[in-house]
Design a protein around this ligand. Sequence first.
Ligand code: CMC
Length: 428
Amino acid sequence: MSDLPGASETVNLNIQEEAHALSVTIGTYNEKGIDISKLLGTTGHVTLDPGFKNTGSTKSAITFIDGINGILQHRGYPIEQLAELASFQEVMYLLLQGELPNANQLADIEGQIKAETKAPEGIKTLLNALPDGSHPMGMLSVALASLPSFYPNALDSWSDETVRWETIYRLLGHMPVIAAYVYRRSQNLPYIDPNPELDYVSNFLYMMFGEVDPVIADALDTLLILHADHEQNCSAATVRMIGSSHVNLYAAIAGGNSALWGPLHGGANQKVVEMLESILADGGDSEKYINKAKDKADPFRLMGFGHRVYKNFDPRAKVIKAYADKILDKLNVDDPVLDIAKRLESSALNDEYFQKRKLFPNVDFYSGIIYRALGIPVDMFTVMFALGRLPGWVSQWKEMRESGDPIGRPRQIYTGASKRDYKPITDR
Ligand code: CMC
């Protein structure tokens, strides 16, 4: 571990026999990032890294991941401890403010968010205008993108400290209401308005189902913590990228939500359960699907497997797997897809294809099974992920604005046609 996060050393890059000294930024755990921000000006070269597989886009003090050793920490606190001991709102405070709250600070953030639990009636009108059968994630993006229309003071969310926090607390307060409205709309059920007496997670369950089972509330609180942040993933990087244009917070979050929807990211939780169901319907032969996943001519992928950063195990998946057994037991649910999931996992972990590529179950492999046991329909799973991830997105946006990061604007290597002259259509 380095004593001085951000301390520098230099490396030399030789281009056509000329040495260019590049400074190296060193992180808390000795991670090293070569600073190439001046490379174009000094050497005429850019770097090329599709998918940012090897590119650090920012310095960040929120979340640390060590993908080799399966470590995930928020502001230094291990995810395993937070999942077991903290509440989701404590984790919200931790992500946003950098420290765990004391009792007064926790009561303050809970109160600020509770004061923002009443979402505009117009959100219902908007959702009602969407066709039956709309995907809940699309509905959620629409509702999030509409917030600046209802709250024009948020258009300049960064200008003033008071407006900034009002904008943040309002979003955190509105999100469970909007997510529950999305669920009610998708099921064609009447909306249930919030109950200000209830805590964050219980209120969400009340607006979803009209009742609150404390076992379910407790399980959901833990799942939300496990999703709360994950450093520069596709949706958080999207929030930072959109926010770097200095657009309002709500527009940036709506964009991040759309990024989350994709099946390679948060949308995987829906795809995992759909995959497990189709394996079950096909006779439960997990080996057949392991072979399909290995077959390069077959587009099938084992959903919920693999991760860009984790190369040994995903610590969130470890917690969730143990939790899945406990919760299904507690709720007295016997779900045959859980057995299929365990069989698939065990076959994959013993298979050379998956071992060689370091493919392990990720957070989405077991989370859907728990959501299902909690009575949440499969197309709502990614909305649940978004509810959990919101404090992470907001914290990433806030850090980006505080650090004054420049507008995100990657370079490219152009490979198209070179200059040619326009010809009239008759000559083409
Ligand atoms: N099933 C079969 N093969 C796989 C899988 C999989 N799920 N994931 C990766 N591979 C293979 C891939 O074909 C490639 O093989 P080869 O080297 O022979 O070409 C190798 O493993 C490396 O894969 P990659 O696609 O280059 O890796 P990536 O870092 O670009 O993608 C990933 C990471 C998560 C998108 C990918 O593993 C995947 O598509 N997994 C399934 C979707 C999923 O579960 N996503 C949720 C991610 S965790 C939740 C979150 O987003 O935070």
